[in-house]
Structures are given as structure tokens and as C-alpha cells.
Design a protein around this ligand. Sequence first.
Ligand SMILES: [Zn+2]
Length: 318
Amino acid sequence: MNSKPDRGISRRRFLASASMATSIALLAPRHLVTQNEGLVQTARKTAGAATITVQKLRGNVSVLMGAGGNIAVLPGRDGKLLIDAGLAGARPKITSALASISSDPIKHLINTHWHFDHTDGNEWLHSEGAVILAHVNTRKHLSATTRVEGWNFTFSPWPPRAIPSEVFDDEQTVKLNGTTIVLKHYAPAHTDSDISVYFTDADIFHVGDTFWNGYYPFIDYSTGGSIDGMIRATEENVAKASDTMIVITGHGAVGDKSQLIFYRDLLVNTREKVAALKKQGKSLDEIVAAKPTAATDAKWGNGFRSPKDFIGDIYQGV
Ligand SMILES: [Zn+2]
């Protein structure tokens, strides 16, 4: 039968629509950002229209995608544990997605870092009964007026109920719903508040925004991030990854060790090229025009950060 070409077409269509859905799911794709409104305002305003998907992983852990950063969920007798809170405007859709997993109440929330697309939902989740745990720098940034130059936006302090009541500095172990979860702070990477969350029994590793799978990442220099920190964190993630580990990303599809390695190489190689051109005295515009990321732009440059944004983030740090 002549079924192969048809399959090819439908697969391409599927990929196109899947990637479109993911773009919308990411905080504010660039084409939605108007001149008068920045990315943060647009992401918050469009959150209610997002499509939330639920993906079951392993060992009772699921991931919700489409409401800002990816949200991991572990239900059970101790109540649901959520890793990240997503955008507040997605509350109704997150609520129904959570209900589709189990009827356990929401009792625990861990933030992977302070950014709004991972913490805007803190307030409503706390009102539902969640105790919030995060790195000490997440509490610091949510408690103060915080400027992010890369987003051209100044955040007011979060409401008191949205601020983590429990914090840790380097590492913390949590036992919930019959499993052990290890939280570990990265040296400054995407921000200075990033942590990883490891579900030991399921071998599932949530690495927050140290890994964007299929999208150029944002690096927040305003709160301690840097390209070298991102590379160090990614090296750590690769070193920890087993061949069967499931890796939950901050943005983009759930990944594995081979995708972490691809991403590490992408960061390292792009950093090298940009640093060499900068050393020759080239301006940022000249470096962008030299297209150091040409090989990956078609796939990686259509989401939240353009090739120019990504090169700019690296340029600042080399
Ligand atoms: Zn982030």
C-alpha cells in the first residue's frame, strides 16, 4: 500500500500543529507581543486561553503543560504535590487538569525558581491549601521589587500568601506520598534561585528552566543568571542523568539524557562561536548577522526567544 507518503504528511502536520500549540503554551510567543505591551503582560493576559495537556510519566508522576512553565504533579495520601505553579490566569484549566489526575487536595507546592511563569499561581494554590517551599533566593525575589532587564519589566512584590513559607539553602529531602524527593540548588544558572527536583523512585528529574527542550533559553542576568552558569548547570544535569531517566524541562517537551547532551553541546558551541567573534571586535549586530546558530534556528528559534535574543544573552556573558 502507498501509505508512507500519507503518514509523512500527517506526521508533518502533526508536528506543525504540536509545535504551534507549544509556542502558544510557552509564555508569550513573540508574535503575540505588541509594541505597547511587553512579554510579561501578554503572557499573563493570554494565560486563560492556553490549552493544558496532562502527560502521565512514571511512578504516579504527571506533567501539566501549557500554563507557563511545566508543572509536575505527584498525587497521593499526603495530598497533591505540585512542582511549579504556572500562570494565575490558567487557574480554571489547571484546576480541571488536576482533577483529572486524582481527587486528592492540593497540599504542597515547590517552586523551581522565582520567575512569574512558575510562581504566578502561588497565591491561589496557597488559598487551596498548599504549603510553598522554594530556594531562599526565590523568597527573596518574590518579596521585593525586582527588575528583569531581559523582559523590560519591573515586578512588584508578590502578595504575602504567595511567598514561600519554607525555604532551604543548598539541599533538602522531602518524603511525601510514599516516595523520596531530593531538592538541590544549582550555582547561579538561569537565575540565582534555580533548584532541581529529583523523584528518586521514579527516576524523574525536574530541572526547571536550566533546560528548554527545543527552544532557545532565556538567561536572566538581572537575578544572577549567566551563560556560563547555564552551561555548568547543564553539565551537572548530564552527569546525573541515567539512560532511563525522564527529564522534565522548564519549557518544551519532556526529555531524556540524549536531549540534555544535545542541549549542552548547543550551549557550549554557541558560546564558543559568539565569544570568538566578540573577541575579534565584532558588535552584537555583526555577530547576529554571521548566524552562529544557523543549524538550529529553524527548530529552536521559533518559540520564546529568537536567535537574536539567544545570541544577545550569550554576548552579555562572554
Ligand atoms: Zn525562568
